[in-house]
Design a binder for this molecule. Structure first.
Ligand SMILES: C[S@@+](CC[C@H](N)C(=O)[O-])C[C@H]1O[C@@H](n2cnc3c(N)ncnc32)[C@H](O)[C@@H]1O
Length: 290
């Protein structure tokens, strides 16, 4: 079959769902991943053809795209902070906003002076994207990461190997204080970071179907009447597990910036900074422990 014929089928079936440009992009990504074809060849070589074996995964991907499955789950991989990450239905697909959180932390630690390692804990690590990007980009860091999901930790461990970094992963339910001991260390952390679940059920109607139907709800949602449940638990944990003046960083719900400032103040954090994302929304907050 000619690649151009298959491309036409993709456009016929998917353009009304995703728009022409996105379908072009999907098709290039899939032919690159499954047929090892360059974008240039796919775009320009009208005589390019594919075998029956190569067609099968492409038609499967077409069906999955029709069901709104995110392209990242179909390919089983994505990119975050310029690094490759394997993802599946147990891990949230890392978001650009979270790259901004990582950037904020890296910018605050341009160069290490002295010999002490910076110890970092990532709470709710999912694919491991925050922990791994920090380990890769902050020299002399010792990074731990936790998640309640054993399946997410399995993927995060794969990603640490893929990116050649050493991370200490532990399975901990941050809402259950009796498991906190597994995440504590002899010496306390310099940095605790988290992008915990923060979407209220009442915000579901603003979400796209492909997120709602495919991404793990464990990673996304909190009860409408207790939207800061994770932030409360993590900040409490941080008070005793951060060094004095240790840094706490959160990605936050854009609608709850002021509530987050109050929360950090209540726990005695200082130098609190609410930071906007590239869309001008309150998306990150940081503070220093007592
Ligand atoms: C919003 S996702 C963030 C994933 C990843 N850090 C990222 O930024 O893409 C939240 C993560 O918190 C984890 N999580 C949910 N409940 C948890 C709990 N009680 N204790 C620890 N982790 C939890 C989920 O499994 C999920 O991986």
């Amino acid at each position: 079959m000619l690649v151009n014929e298959l491309k036409a089928i993709f456009h016929k079936e998917l353009d009304t769902i995703y728009g022409i440009d996105e379908v072009f992009s999907f098709f290039f990504m899939l032919t690159e991943a499954y047929c090892n074809m360059s974008r240039l060849d796919v775009a320009l070589d009208t005589a390019l053809s594919i075998t029956k074996e190569e067609q099968d995964p492409l038609f499967k991907a077409l069906e999955a795209l029709k069901r709104n499955t995110p392209i990242q789950y179909i390919l089983g991989e994505t990119e975050f902070y310029g690094l490759p990450f394997a993802v599946n239905e147990n891990t949230l697909i890392p978001r650009p906003e979270t790259e901004e959180l990582v950037q904020l932390i890296i910018d605050a630690h341009p160069k290490q002076s002295g010999t002490d390692k910076i110890s970092i804990l990532d709470i709710g690590t999912g694919s491991g994207c925050i922990a791994i990007s920090l380990a890769k980009n902050i020299k002399d860091s010792a990074v731990c990461a936790l998640d309640v999901s054993a399946k997410a930790i399995k993927k995060a461990k794969e990603n640490a190997v893929l990116n050649a970094v050493n991370i200490d992963f532990v399975e901990v339910d941050i809402l259950d204080e009796s498991t906190w001991g597994l995440a504590t260390r002899v010496s306390k952390f310099d940095i605790i970071v988290s992008n915990p679940p923060y979407v209220r059920h009442l915000e579901k109607q603003q979400m796209q179907a492909n997120v709602l139907d495919n991404e793990p709800h464990l990673a996304l949602f909190v009860e409408d009447n207790d939207p800061l449940v994770f932030y409360n638990a993590i900040t409490k944990f941080a008070v005793t597990n951060l060094k004095p003046k240790g840094e706490l960083y959160f990605e936050i719900n854009e609608y709850l910036g002021q509530e987050m400032i109050t929360l950090l103040e209540t726990y005695g954090f200082s130098n609190i900074k609410l930071v906007q994302d590239m869309f001008g929304k309150d998306r990150m907050i940081s503070g220093l422990n007592k």
